[in-house]
Design a binder for this molecule. Structure first.
Ligand code: ATP
Ligand code: MG
Length: 451
């Protein structure tokens, strides 16, 4: 069957005309006068491929993502090496303007076949919850991008980036509403990893209440993540640009970098999934570990919007969780926080089935739970019956937490000997022990059971 193609612009020598005259594997169903018309035609289901013969400079990662979400592969013609590199960086196949019509037709067929293949973006590196066979359906970018999206299609090419995926790991820290300690955990994990000698990037992807900058005492109005997303969308976020935007945070034990969050919640549209995928792909190439502080909300907006191409309110959180190698789910250890976490884990399982979170109960204290709080919590956890086991308990430590907040510093500086600091370090800095079901949990449980 012939592949329906829409085009915009025309190369020299009437390439589109010659493509039409091929009567072969592709058929040009519409010649558009501008990209907006091309997008509308694709959203109407007219085409499987789009050829941008002129004006490729207007293509962005978000636009390519929107096209791939409706199953349309994009191919652009350019003779500029810089533009070619930029286009490939945002997931666009390219060829020269003088390309032969038959060769172009076979490039189009190849691009369409690749778009229909498995989604490399959802393939994770080794690690807890890693999978080679991503679950289709809501787990794909489609879940984050809209009801009309084709599962597993959206953002596929854009996520890959020009130089492959990179070897760095991504840790996402998520938790339900009610301030369970996502930011505290993410920031201190970043600091502990840096203290271990790893190169680390902390990313504030909470589109409701970004607070990494405030927690670290940064006077930041720059919204580093939004800046990085803007450049990534244009295909211009190289390693140098990422490092320029990411502010260094110097601690006594090591330095890490931070992409601060949006300065107002209504700027969430600046954190689009396609661009964020590129930012995280670049981060994988630049640092050993990227720690992402996410928002609480996992709704995919499907019921909220009939506009399939509208930006998605929770795209930044959902995409971060989809891309993470390790997901930590943190809940507050009290009678409000635990049921919320249990319900939230069910939502997480539905929204991002491949997440396999490591569950952390934070702010563990006798005054909220009763005597032997860890044992009480473990018993309660078993009664609620969530599938994910508890991985670790972190103690309530308002004195250390407040000291860190007051000085805009990390626990390793403000309270280096505190059990809270040591518990967080143990989560990220002792992976061998942690993999055998958390030393923090098992020693505590053993002790409690004996007592
Ligand atoms: N283990 C702990 N002991 C005492 N206080 C804590 C602990 N963990 C976090 N806190 C405090 O709880 C408050 C909320 O923490 P944090 O901002 O990390 O939560 P969050 O889940 O990111 O919330 P938000 O919904 O605002 O994003 C902060 O004042 C923090 O210092
Ligand atoms: Mg937070």
């Amino acid at each position: 069957m012939s592949i329906p193609v829409v085009t915009v612009g025309d190369s020299r020598e009437d390439l589109v005309g010659r493509l039409e005259r091929l009567h072969g594997p592709v058929s040009v169903v519409r010649r558009c006068s501008e990209l907006a018309e091309l997008l509308a035609a694709c959203q109407g289901g007219l085409a499987r491929a789009a050829v941008v013969a002129q004006g490729s400079e207007e293509l962005t990662a978000s636009l390519v993502d929107r096209l791939s979400a409706v199953g349309v592969a994009v191919l652009a013609l350019t003779d500029s090496p810089e533009e070619k590199a930029r286009l490939q960086g945002i997931g666009v196949d390219t060829d020269i303007t003088g390309v032969d019509a038959a060769a172009l037709a076979s490039r189009i067929a190849g691009a369409v076949a690749r778009l229909a293949g498995p989604d490399p973006r959802l393939r994770r590196a080794d690690g807890p919850g890693s999978t080679d066979a991503p679950t289709p359906g809501r787990s794909g970018a489609a879940a984050a991008e809209g009801p009309g999206a084709t599962p597993g299609h959206s953002g596929r090419a854009a996520a890959a980036g020009p130089e492959g995926s990179g070897a760095g790991q991504i840790i996402a820290v998520w938790g339900p509403a009610g301030s369970p300690g996502r930011t505290m955990l993410a920031a201190n994990m970043a600091a502990e990893l840096a203290a271990e000698g790893k190169s680390v990037l902390l990313v504030d992807a909470d589109s409701y209440g970004a607070s990494v900058a405030a927690m670290l005492g940064l006077l930041d109005e720059a919204a580093g993540l939004a800046q990085a997303c803007r450049l990534a969308d244009q295909g211009l976020l190289d390693a140098e640009a990422l490092l320029r935007i990411a502010a260094p945070v110097v601690t006594r034990a090591g330095t890490f970098r931070v992409l601060t969050g949006i300065t107002r919640a209504d700027r969430w549209t600046e954190l689009r999934a396609a661009a964020l995928s590129l930012v995280l792909a670049r981060a994988r190439q630049v640092v050993d570990v990227t720690v992402v502080d996410t928002g609480f909300c996992l709704e995919s907006d499907e019921e909220l919007s009939f506009d399939t191409m509208a930006p998605r309110r929770n795209a930044a959180t959902l995409r971060s969780l989809e891309l993470a190698d390790t997901v930590f789910a943190v809940g507050a250890a009290d009678s409000i926080g635990v049921p919320r976490l249990v319900r939230g884990l069910a939502e997480l399982e539905a929204a991002v089935p491949q997440a396999s979170p490591r569950v952390v109960l934070n702010k563990v204290r006798q005054s909220a739970v009763g005597r032997s709080p860890e044992r009480q919590l473990r018993d309660a956890w078993e009664r609620y019956g969530p599938t994910a086991p508890l991985s670790a308990f972190l103690p309530a430590d308002p004195v250390s937490s407040d000291a860190a907040l007051l000085s805009g510093s990390l626990l390793l500086e403000a309270a280096p000997d505190s059990p809270l600091r040591k518990g967080i370090a143990g989560l990220v800095c002792a992976p061998v022990q942690q993999n055998s079901r958390s030393s923090v949990f098992s020693t505590t449980a053993k002790r409690l059971l004996k007592g």
